[in-house]
Ligand binder design. Sequence first.
Ligand code: GDD
Ligand code: MN
Length: 376
Amino acid sequence: MSQTTSAIEAITHRKPLELAIILPTLNERDNIAPLLDRIETALGPDGWEVLVVDDNSKDGTADEVRRLSLSDPRVRAIQRIGRRGLASAAIEGFCATAAPFCAVMDADHQHDPNLLVPMLACVRSGDAEVAVASRFAEGASMAEWNRPDREKLSSVANRLARKLTGVELSDPMSGYFLLRTQTARALVPNLSAIGFKILLDLLATSDTPLKVKDFPMNFSARRSGESKLDRAIAFDFLAGLYDKSFGRLIPTRFALFATVGVLGVFVHMAVLFVVMRIFGVAFAWGQATAAFAAMSFNFWLNNWLTYRDKRLAKAGELLRGWISFIIACSIGAFANVAVATTLHDMGMHTIPAALVGIAIGSVWNYALSSRFVWGR
Ligand code: GDD
Ligand code: MN
């Protein structure tokens, strides 16, 4: 190690690479160059690299990062096409760096790069395995935040997080933390990688509780652009709990999708009842209206919940997604009826035949919509 280190120093007069700063980005073009300056001020000219993991931002973030790389090899763009999500972007970073330490940080200047110095020193010295920048630790502060509300939420969240991870944490949803890259990479195969809770995911996945140290941070206002996350953090915990308990048996996303599907049945029945009883519509038309309403409801709820990390938000995207979802469901419904009828004709009882049809239809819906509706 020391031999290689001195060889590198002799050739380049540079410190060897020690820390990778992973910046997941979605439309953060104007924030990158100023953030690089701040990182350089905090860490000095060398020994670090910045990996921007961009999910094909429309504002040209990846192009901007590539432009910066031309004159500054310390920064690299990893552009992902057809994939979305903060957690999976962080994982991409863990796997793409040779640096022995890595930090995940927001690209919008809400996280202060100066904290990287004590966080790195702490993990390097073995004082802790994960250094977490916390908005709720003693001495932390926040700009533009609804504080009482957040604190109430966070105390509930903390209790759940402690159950999930066996670790005492003041800010389990923090998006700013640092650990040995080897530690992160070893956990990657077992992470659930859904949503935003990458830190929680890492801590909950580790067999032995990781030793964590909190660093109070001053959570600043976003510099440019807008937030992509909503505040339904409690939901990420529930999904996390489920994932760790039953996720191997039935994947979390499919379980959510199926739950939404069951709710859709109630919507279908309610609409059918209303249009037939109150508006006196004939059964066939009633059934068609109810199916359309239920599919639209399922699209909305799946977009809001099941695929909240890949949520379609712009009017055009929503319209395209809604239409594709209805097409996907119609194919699923066709598969459902075809399979159930065949089994029924082969002598299977009505109820099991219908259930098999429903199961196959749901898997079809799920497969098609995860690929074609929320796939990019
Ligand atoms: N690659 C990628 N893909 N990056 C994403 C995605 C995505 O789907 N969604 C968000 N990001 C990037 C943003 O561009 C930003 O750099 C960072 O992830 C955080 O996103 P924000 O949109 O700024 O999140 P926030 O400020 O509302 O949320 C803060 O609080 C959360 C917990 O409540 C952040 O600190 C989060 O990291 C934290 O988990
Ligand atoms: Mn932010």
